[in-house]
Design a protein around this ligand. Structure first.
Ligand code: SAM
Length: 263
């Protein structure tokens, strides 16, 4: 996968050198390039913003440098070490008014060969940039959640981390991805390690039993209980895809979840 990030704060993306993503880059599993939007300006002050049309508070990002950097990303082989055959990227535009990012979208993006991020600042990017980009690439405004950040960089970091860890070979034990929170609409079960007793608190006995079926049943029950308690909104999606057993319905009732289909 190839990822391009356009920003006025390239240093914000420095953590992409670290940990699993840094290792994946060095192993050639993902290629990441950060572009400074100001390199696409032509005035002495490298200006990227201007007053909002129609008046009002704040500043808006001017379209010209965005147009030029996107031309570069779309040009065959342009600024792209992977060569002339590289596909046009899907352009993700972090925005609090975008489609909400979630695990299914992470899976979808992980299946793409190339994505790019247009990281806005100030009051955002002149809308014509998105309209014009949409004539030559897929453009997706995407929100990290229902709150407002100062810029798109933190959103890009979060999305890249969620996507890259799904690429084959990035996470050592691929099995660990299967039961994680938000896979199959349930949250993950609680996890424990040594010592068996810590400050008077025990690791649940079943986990030391060595009995794989009992451990799996306990973990499934914990996933269901935790989801019903913390994220009851996810249970409806889980019920839509599963025919619950009597035991599962009982667990949901115990956790105060009333919409137990079929009872
Ligand atoms: N005026 C904009 C609005 O009300 O929709 C908010 C602009 S915000 C201060 C500046 C930039 O931060 C946005 O252009 C976007 O790139 C990024 N941003 C803010 N909140 C975000 C969120 N929840 N998800 C993704 N990006 C966000």
């Amino acid at each position: 996968m190839r990822i391009d990030i356009v920003t006025i704060f390239p240093k914000y993306l420095a953590p992409l050198e670290l940990s699993l993503i840094g290792r994946a880059r060095r192993a050639g599993l993902v290629e990441i390039a950060v572009h400074d939007l100001r390199d696409f300006t032509h005035d002495r002050h490298r200006t990227v913003d201007d007053a909002p049309a129609g008046g009002g508070a704040g500043m808006v990002m001017r379209p010209e440098p965005w147009g030029e950097v996107l031309d570069r990303l779309c040009a065959p082989g342009g600024d792209d070490p992977s060569g002339a055959d590289a596909p046009t990227p899907t352009l993700l535009v972090p925005s609090p008014s975008g489609e909400r990012f979630d695990q299914p979208m992470a899976h979808e993006l992980a299946g793409l060969e190339r994505i790019a991020f247009a990281c806005g600042r100030y009051e955002g990017i002149d809308e014509r940039v998105l309209d014009e980009a949409a004539t030559r690439m897929s453009v997706r405004p995407v929100s990290l959640g229902d709150y407002v950040l100062n810029g798109g960089e933190v959103a890009a970091l979060a999305i890249i981390e969620a996507v890259v860890r799904l690429l084959p070979g990035v996470v050592g034990n691929a099995e660990s991805l299967l039961e994680e929170s938000h896979e199959g609409h349930l949250l993950e079960y609680p996890v424990y390690t040594r010592p068996a007793t810590w400050r008077g608190r025990e690791v649940p006995e079943v986990l030391a039993s060595g009995h794989h079926a009992r451990i799996a049943a306990w973990r499934h029950e914990q996933r269901l209980r935790r989801t019903a308690r913390r994220r009851p909104d996810l249970i409806a999606a889980w019920l839509a895809e599963h025919r619950p057993t009597e035991r599962e319905l009982q667990i949901l009732r115990e956790e105060g979840h009333e919409q137990d289909r079929g009872s």
